[in-house]
Design a binder for this molecule. Structure first.
Ligand SMILES: [Zn+2]
Length: 55
């Protein structure tokens, strides 16, 4: 049980890593999501207006 969960967790991490490494922002349809506070912003946002994070 523990090893199966670990495999899923590793897969999750590597998939997330590939997606977030280049862009910085997370994507949600036509929005950007700040990885720090999960705030949603337009695609032209260069920094998070909620917490001040920028890629
Ligand atoms: Zn933020």
């Amino acid at each position: 049980m523990a090893t199966a969960n670990q495999d899923i967790f590793d897969e999750f991490l590597s998939e997330r890593g590939h997606e977030t490494e280049s862009a910085g922002w997370e994507r949600d349809y036509n929005k950007k999501r700040c990885p720090e506070c999960m705030g949603l912003h337009g695609l032209d946002a260069v920094a998070c207006t909620v917490c001040g994070w920028e890629p």
